[in-house]
Design a protein around this ligand. Structure first.
Ligand code: ADP
Ligand code: MG
Length: 291
């Protein structure tokens, strides 16, 4: 199940000596973009939030990270962007051990990882356009790039008509779309979403998952933390489950790899018992949405 532990070149993150892009790797032997080896995290005070977690995620994968509240999901996400230092073990991103990465390289690491959180974290006094543009400004993008990329990304997330709205003029789902656009506007090779639909209703949640699915189809690796068991069951993607800081399940689920984004959305709505009117008909699987 786990890929080989060969060090991966930093394709997309760094170009080779001749400044040519790294060659595209053959299918089935993708170098991992995320590699945790025996990662343990003990918080000050002594709580062990991660207990010898080993995990390898290949480029282009779509992975759900699940488990009960307090099992270590957010801790794991934070170790990937070095918001938290691990107590033991190593975290490699695109082949580089980020624990030994000099402090000045951390911004570069983070700009290659788009992050989305449950609470959107938008700038309240900036428009939709400016919230997304800001993400490019801080990494020194040219005005030309900003003028091209911001509208294109807002089109991708379905917000072309809301460019000049402020966050408080948007629904929760729309605000989360802005957050996704902001995370994706510079096309990072990796996206991390920590309970992106935690505050959203089921129909809106499918929309957000559909969007992450579309982003994954562009080749970006996507890791999604969720409590939504039904969504996970229906999406049929790899599922990594944590329990008390340990990986207790890692299942690769086959099927539906060639689905278009529209087919995906329609199937999700059908399987979750949601009609064309957006109303929920039945709970198709007889269990509650909340885990
Ligand atoms: P999850 O995201 O799965 O709900 P977390 O990763 O947030 O879980 O937390 C895992 C465990 O670590 C929990 O028991 C939590 O209380 C504890 N924890 C999280 N953050 C801290 C912190 N800053 N200091 C001490 N303990 C923490
Ligand atoms: Mg959490």
């Amino acid at each position: 199940m786990f890929s080989q532990k060969a060090p991966a070149p930093m394709a997309r993150l760094r170009r080779n000596k001749n400044d040519r892009p790294e060659p595209v790797r053959s299918r089935g032997r993708r170098a991992p973009i995320i590699e945790l080896s025996d990662v343990t995290k003990v918080y000050p005070g002594g709580h062990m939030a991660l207990d010898r977690v080993s995990l390898s995620i290949g480029r282009g994968e779509f992975v759900f990270l699940v488990g009960p509240t307090g099992c270590g999901k957010s801790t794991l996400i934070k170790t990937l962007i070095r918001e938290l230092d691990v107590t033991e073990g190593s975290v490699r991103i695109a082949g580089r051990d980020i624990a030994t990465m000099p402090e000045k390289k951390i911004p570069q690491l983070r700009r290659n990882i788009g992050t989305v959180f449950q609470d959107f974290k938008l700038l309240p006094n900036r428009t939709v356009y400016d919230n997304v543009a800001y993400a490019l400004q801080v990494i020194g993008a040219s005005r030309h790039e900003i003028r091209e990329q911001v509208p294109a990304t807002l089109r991708l997330v379905g917000l072309s008509t809301k460019l000049h709205n402020y966050p408080d003029q948007l629904s929760g789902g729309e605000q989360q779309r802005v957050a996704v656009a902001r995370a994706f506007v510079n096309h990072p090779p990796l996206m991390l979403a920590d309970e992106p639909s935690g505050n959203l209703d089921p129909v809106t949640s499918i929309g957000i998952m559909q969007l992450l699915y579309r982003i994954n189809k562009t080749g970006t690796t996507v890791v999604v933390v969720t409590h939504d068991r039904e969504m996970v069951d229906n999406m049929r993607r790899r599922v990594v489950e944590l329990y008390e800081g340990r990986v207790v399940r890692d299942e690769v689920s086959g099927g539906y790899t060639e689905e278009s984004t529209t087919e995906f959305g329609m199937r999700m709505q059908a399987e979750m018992g949601i009609g064309a009117d957006g109303e929920r008909k039945t709970n198709g699987h007889g269990h509650s949405l909340a885990r």
